[in-house]
Design a protein around this ligand. Structure first.
Ligand code: 13P
Ligand code: SF4
Length: 301
C-alpha cells in the first residue's frame, strides 16, 4: 500500500520512530516501531535515539515523551486526542486535594497533565501501580486522578490506605457487571480479563486484572481458549489478529475510547511530512515533572 511505503520512507529520511498505544486504530501497527501499553511506550520514549517521535496515542503520552526527551521533536498527529480522565484534575484541584490531606505522598497516574505531574511525588501506570505505591513504604498515599485504579491498588496491598481523587475513565466505566454476566452466560468457560480502570464491581469478578499489555500477555500464555476482555476494543482486535485459534469477546460494544481513534495512516503521514503537531511543555514544569516520571522508571526497571 502506497501510504505505508511513504510513511516508512519518511521515517527513515527523518530518523523518526512511531510509538503506538494498543488502543490505536489497528492499521497504525503496520508502520509503528513500538506498540504497547503506557509504561512500555514511556520506556521507549526515554531511550530512543531518534530525532523525531511520532506518538500515536493521546496528548498526555506525547507530553510525557517530551518531558523525558526535551531535545527531541515530539509529534502528535491529531491534537484532538485528549484523555478525558487526565482532564479531570487540574493544578488547583490537586493543590486543594493535597491541602485537605496534608503530609501524605502523592502518586499520580501517568494519565494526567504535565502540571499535575510537576506537583506529585511519583508517577505510575496501570502495569506498575501496585509496585510504585508499595515502593514508598508508607501507610497512606494520595492517588490522582483515577479513583478505580487507586482503590484496586489498595485492595492489593495490606495496611496501605489509598486516598483517591474522584477521577475516572469514561471508556472503562461503560463496561458493567451486567455486560460481563451476559457474556458469561453465552461463553461459560471464558476467563474474564479486566483493566484496573474498570469499576471495582467488574474488577471483583475478573479472573485476571492488569494493564493492556498484561491482559494480552495473560491471554497469549493461558492454555484456555475463550476470554471476555474488559478493556478497550483495540486490545481485542490485536488479540484476534495474533491468536486466531482463540476466541476473544469484547465485554461491551461501548468499550471504545474515541480519543484514541483520531489517528489514521494519513494523519501519521502528514505528521511526518509537515512535522506536525509539535508538543511543547513549559520548561519549569517539565523540570519538575521529569522527577516524578524518572522516579517511576527507576522503580520499574
Ligand atoms: P495502560 O496503557 O497502562 O494499559 O492504560 C490504559 C489507558 O487507559 C491508556 O490511556
Ligand atoms: Fe483516557 Fe480512558 Fe481513553 Fe485511556 S481509555 S485514553 S484513560 S479516556
Amino acid at each position: 500500500m502506497k501510504m505505508i511505503e511513504e510513511i516508512l520512507k519518511l521515517k527513515k529520511e527523518k530518523n523518526a520512530v512511531i510509538l503506538a498505544h494498543c488502543y490505536q486504530n489497528i492499521e497504525i501497527d503496520e508502520v509503528a516501531d513500538f506498540i504497547g501499553d503506557s509504561l512500555y511506550l514511556s520506556q521507549q520514549a526515554a531511550k530512543t535515539e531518534a530525532d523525531i517521535i511520532v506518538f500515536a496515542g493521546v496528548y498526555f503520552m506525547a507530553e510525557t515523551a517530551k518531558i523525558l526527551s526535551p531535545d527531541k521533536k515530539i509529534l502528535l498527529p491529531r491534537l484532538e486526542s485528549g484523555c478525558q480522565m487526565a482532564n479531570m484534575i487540574n493544578l488547583a484541584q490537586l493543590r486543594e486535594f493535597k491541602f485537605k490531606n496534608p503530609n501524605i505522598p502523592t502518586v499520580c497516574y501517568v494519565n494526567s497533565t504535565a502540571e499535575v505531574k510537576s506537583e506529585c511525588d511519583i508517577c505510575c501506570t496501570s502495569s506498575n501501580a501496585v509496585k510504585i505505591v508499595s515502593s514508598l513504604g508508607v501507610k497512606e498515599v494520595l492517588f490522582v486522578p483515577d479513583t478505580y485504579l487507586g482503590k484496586w491498588v489498595e485492595s492489593k496491598l495490606e495496611g496501605v490506605k489509598v486516598i483517591t481523587f474522584p477521577g475516572h475513565c469514561p471508556t472503562h466505566l461503560r463496561i458493567t457487571v451486567k455486560d460481563i454476566l451476559q457474556q458469561k452466560s453465552q461463553y461459560q468457560n471464558a476467563l474474564v480479563l479486566a483493566h484496573p480502570e474498570c469499576h471495582q464491581s467488574v474488577v471483583e469478578i475478573a479472573d485476571y486484572v492488569g494493564s493492556t499489555t498484561g491482559i494480552m500477555k495473560f491471554a497469549a500464555q493461558s492454555d484456555k481458549k475463550e476470554f471476555i476482555i474488559a478493556t478497550e476494543i483495540g486490545v481485542v482486535e490485536r488479540l484476534e489478529r495474533d491468536y486466531p485459534d482463540k476466541k476473544f469477546i469484547l465485554a461491551s460494544p461501548k468499550a471504545i475510547c474515541h480519543n484514541m481513534k483520531w489517528h489514521h495512516l494519513e494523519d501519521i503521514y502528514n505528521a511526518l511530512k509537515y512535522e506536525q503537531y509539535e508538543i511543547e511543555v513549559n520548561e519549569q514544569i517539565s523540570k519538575k515533572a521529569v522527577n516524578c516520571i524518572n522516579r517511576m522508571l527507576e522503580v520499574s526497571k
